[in-house]
Design a protein around this ligand. Structure first.
Ligand code: SF4
Length: 58
C-alpha cells in the first residue's frame, strides 16, 4: 500500500455489536487499528493473533 492510499480502503466487517458497523457488512470508520490479541502468542491461529483495536460496543 502506498502512502496516498491510506484512508481509502473499504473495510468489510460483520461485527454487528460494534457501534461503527453499518448494516452488518462494513465499517464506517476511515481507518481502524488492528492489534495482536496478546503479545507473543505466535500460535498462527487467526483468533489468537489478530483483533480489531477500534471496536467499541454499541
Ligand atoms: S471498528 Fe472494527 S469491529 Fe468495529 S465495525 Fe470497524 S472493523 Fe468492525
Amino acid at each position: 500500500m502506498t502512502k496516498n492510499q491510506v484512508g481509502c480502503q473499504t473495510i468489510g466487517c460483520r461485527v454487528v455489536s460494534c457501534r461503527h458497523n453499518e448494516n452488518g457488512s462494513y465499517c464506517a470508520l476511515t481507518r481502524i487499528d488492528v492489534e495482536p490479541c496478546c503479545n507473543g502468542c505466535h500460535s498462527g491461529n487467526p483468533e489468537d493473533e489478530s483483533l480489531c483495536g477500534s471496536y467499541s460496543q454499541r
